[in-house]
Design a protein around this ligand. Sequence first.
Ligand code: ATP
Ligand code: MG
Length: 448
Amino acid sequence: MAVLITKPKGTADTLPPESASVRFIENCLLEEAKIFGFREIRTPVFEHTELFQRGVGETTDVVQKEMYTFEDNGHRSVTLRPEGTAGVVRAFLEHGLFNEPLPQKYFYFTSCYRYEKPQAGRLREFHQFGVEALGTAEPAEDAEIIALARHVFDRFGIENIRLEINSIGCPACRKNFQKALREYFEGYKDQLCETCLSRLERNPMRILDCKSPVCSEIAKNAPRVLDFLCEECETHFEKVQKYLDVMGIEYKVNPTIVRGLDYYTKTVFEFVSDNIGAQGTVCGGGRYDGLVKELGGNPLPACGFGMGIERLKLLLDAAQIELPAEATPDLYIAPANPAFSPEAMRLTDLLRNAGNIVLTDVSARSLKAQMKFANKIKAKYTMVLGEDEINTHKAVVKDMQNGGTAEVDLDKLEDAFRRILLADTIGAVPDDVKPGLETLVLLNGGKE
Ligand code: ATP
Ligand code: MG
């Protein structure tokens, strides 16, 4: 069957059982964020275009080339969020959250939209787990968010990922650095790409981030930002490293990291892997002390990171880290004929209320077809409801793994099934749960 319309280039469908792995990953991230005292924040998928122009920066690749911007029917220019931070800071200001105890620490899961050249690990719609800590200038916070990212990788047992850190200074030291960069790049004016030429005047630091092979080759010998740090920025950077040291977090200072967004100050960092192809940066972040003011608030220091969920998944796959399998049904209840379907539905509902994963026939299938289906969906147990079962209020639960069976009282089904699940199998009941099974008549395996 041919599909009439396919998904847009650079987007992906996440289908079961893959979706269960992604959900598992998200749940782990959520737990780690909570452990570190971050709370969830949700912001709109689209914002006024100006938010990103100001918040991400006019001279960035994201704003210059990658945004999904359109006019809505009310003739307002809106943009699908290309990243998470600007929206969070906007919400923080709009709701006066600076009046809450500081720092305010938020995490989020967002879809992001960037018009890029799709390839492995680079999509046009991708997903980020992000954290933002607003309201402290202390290096302890920089270190804390780096530690959170590290915990995430450790939790999954990912070893092949390295932390690279750098400081890009504050506006004061940046000024001298930009000047030195401008002088350096002036010498390569005839070779730089068009975008970088336009950056030469406005923001030469962005040239360091250019992906074009020619520009990045030229950038290799450009002046290093670490040589331009003022005393305060230098001390800050040293302290960040001290905190990382005491937590036993390994890192490498990489003076070439400048990060893709304009709002960063002082600490920037990336977690990079060599195992997932060219798009090796799984997590990137840093301090952005200038953003709150840029978006109209009173100056307030902050830092955060964004972690690409798709790239994290690639990393887990590359390391062959097995995630828990998708949950299969605990029980399939098969009405032997359609007349017993309502009773099957009632019992199904009863067991679902107790939290069990239970399925029953919703397709008016023959008993034989139902059993085939139960097998295919890997139901752990099955139970047939026929004339006898309805009349005697007794039915047989069958273990689909070993064929073991147990008779259960339908009037106490919830309790009986709980015991079966506790024993984990019929026919091979572990000693410590055997005493709990007295209400079950074990038909085989358990019968003397
Ligand atoms: P890159 O240099 O790879 O383009 P970036 O600096 O643009 O990354 P950030 O804006 O810092 O990326 O986003 C944070 C994280 O989001 C990245 O480290 C990456 O894991 C993920 N990410 C960014 N762009 C994409 C994309 N197009 N597809 C999938 N993941 C992405
Ligand atoms: Mg990018």
